[in-house]
Ligand binder design. Structure first.
Ligand SMILES: [Zn+2]
Length: 412
């Protein structure tokens, strides 16, 4: 295959280096069987661009230097000195290696290397191994831990912590299953989005609170709900009577069973709750709020699918294993039942649906959320307010078998 003709200019803009141009010229001479020093010198001119720096240099050379190729070549190399190729130092190579990162955003993607499709982590591992070889450290484990630390968490989780050699490390990264990588990347993406979302909402709420110097609406109502949740921790108590939707904030149906004997609405007493101390979440620092928001997203809220329900069962078991039989508090995030509403979305704490308050919940007791989940939702709301309201996906709880519209306080 004849190669492309190269015409040299010598102005620094040539596609090849001066010395590569010389090699090209010699190849051309050999191909043309032009082997004498005299004929090579005579042909050289025709490989220079007319009027270029190189052409003018050539025209200005004394005839004695243009007669034989070795003289001409030496003159050329004096005019265009061979470039000194700098060998990278060991330190530079190690630095390059330590800074060679694989970004989370690139993980799981397909790229072309040498015209072939490959996954980013596979290409990354190959390059890392090459750099380690260049630096002369591939046979050991020197610096692996630094480079490993630069891996996206998803990938780090998929391969061993320790490796004897760079080849072992590169192999482990290469063999990380792409399905697992993509799954991890997707989870990270969703979580990052959720965190960003709640953060922005929190900031909006803080701004609003700051501007109005008002506690978040429904706070009294919420405090009452919290109290009832605590009172109802003992399940042997009958549930409080349902009442007409309570418009009077600060009033609360009595949770005292004695007040409800007789069953009907007429026997319900209303107790005025003592004024609560100022809204607790106003006392939280921004850091505390952020930490709390983070805790609301620690556990994945699974979809209501067979897989989601299985994962939820595991979460519940994990919670019990970790915490045992304690009351839920702000530091013990509790798994959310699959398919229910997101926390802090003005959802009903009892059933996890929207459209009614906990006190109006018509979901039968046996179908309600676990008490600890109700408590966790209440804690989230108390500390963070309805930060997800408005943007939350609306969840309606449908109970076909429950038709009684009226209710009487004992119907639940
Ligand atoms: Zn409900």
């Amino acid at each position: 295959m004849p190669e492309e003709t190269i015409i040299f200019c010598g102005d620094g803009n040539d596609a090849v280096s001066p010395q590569d141009f010389l090699r090209y010229f010699i190849r051309s001479m050999i191909a043309a069987a032009c082997n004498s020093d005299a004929s090579r010198a005579a042909n050289f001119e025709y490989y220079l661009r007319t009027g270029s720096v190189a052409d003018r240099w050539f025209q200005g050379l004394p005839a004695s230097m243009k007669t034989l190729w070795p003289d001409l070549e030496a003159a050329f190399n004096r005019r265009w000195e061979p470039q000194v190729v700098v060998e990278k130092t060991q330190q530079e190579l190690e630095e390059e290696l330590s800074n060679y990162k694989l970004e989370s955003k690139d993980l799981g993607k397909v790229i072309k290397v040498g015209g072939l499709d490959t996954h980013t982590h596979v290409a990354w591992a190959a390059n890392v191994l090459r750099l380690a070889k260049d630096a002369g450290i591939a046979g050991g484990s020197n610096l692996i831990w630094i480079v490993r630390n630069n891996l996206p968490p998803v990938l780090k989780d998929l391969e061993a912590v320790k490796h004897a050699t760079w080849a072992d490390f590169a192999k482990a990264v290469t063999e990380a299953p792409i399905e697992k990588i993509r799954e991890g990347v997707e989870k990270e993406r969703v979580r990052a989005e959720e965190i960003a979302l709640v953060k922005s909402r929190l900031q909006a709420i803080e701004k609003q609170q700051h501007a109005t110097k008002q506690p978040v609406a429904n706070y009294d109502d919420l405090t009452a709900q919290m109290q009832r949740l605590n009172l109802n921790n003992n399940r042997t108590q009958p549930p409080p009577a349902r009442t007409a939707p309570a418009r009077n904030q600060g009033f609360e149906p009595a949770a005292n069973p004695a007040a409800m004997q007789g069953g009907g609405r007429g026997n319900i007493r209303y107790l005025k709750q003592p004024q609560q101390p100022p809204a607790r979440r106003n006392e939280l620092t921004i850091e505390e709020k952020r930490a709390m928001i983070a805790r609301t997203t620690i556990l994945t809220h699974h979809d209501d699918t067979p897989a989601g329900r299985n994962a939820y069962t595991t979460q519940m078991q994990d919670w019990t294993t970790t915490h045992g039989d304690i009351r839920v508090n702000e530091n013990t995030p509790y798994p959310l039942r699959p398919g229910t509403a997101i926390v802090c979305s003005s959802e009903c704490f009892r059933c996890g649906g929207h459209g009614h308050q906990s006190r109006e919940c018509r979901v039968p007791e046996e179908s309600r959320l676990p008490q600890r989940e109700s408590a966790w939702r209440a804690i989230c709301y108390t500390m963070l307010g309805p930060m997800n309201r408005g943007q939350a996906e609306q969840v309606m709880v449908v109970f076909a078998e429950y038709e009684d519209e009226q209710g009487n306080g004992e119907g639940l």
